[in-house]
Ligand binder design. Sequence first.
Ligand SMILES: [Fe+2]
Ligand SMILES: [Fe+2]
Length: 195
Amino acid sequence: MLGLLKPTDPAWVQAAEADLAGLLSDHAHCEIKAAQSALSLVARHGGEAPQLAEPLGELAREESKHFLEVQRRLEQRGGSLGHPEKDEYVVALRTAAKHNRHDGVPVLLDRLLICALIEGRSCERFRLLSEHLGDGGLRAFYRGLMASEARHFTLFSNLASDCFGEQATRERFAPLASREADIADRLPLGPTVHG
Ligand SMILES: [Fe+2]
Ligand SMILES: [Fe+2]
């Protein structure tokens, strides 16, 4: 699914459902980070790649809207937003890309492909939630978000191809996807979107 090489262990859904407020708090932070990272890409690379500004500005707006939707559901369940935690999955993915980046691989290409992989993994996880959660309202909510994440995966993949060509994008995607699969596989299962 969406370039992912290893599926999530289905037991993750039970770990997530055991602490729904924890999951929603972590998810709310993921949406904030997604909005921030879209804008940070424009801030750092909008000069060399002006075609990023429009779609990523729109994306930041959409991710902010998702944040508010998740926040509302968190409050409805009596939960509140926890402190922002480091997302071990994202940190490990960025570190792996950095260590694996040989001369000539543009940083922007890696940043776009890492965003694509994060969106792809979130899409897969939201699909699991949309199929297996006990709460029908939340299942429907995650079905909608799963579709958004699939679109975002495509957006980042297409931006990478637009900026660097299809071949370079494919060649760089393969090793990053392989590292992503190892990272997702080794993280303990918990009530977090990427844990
Ligand atoms: Fe989102
Ligand atoms: Fe997204």
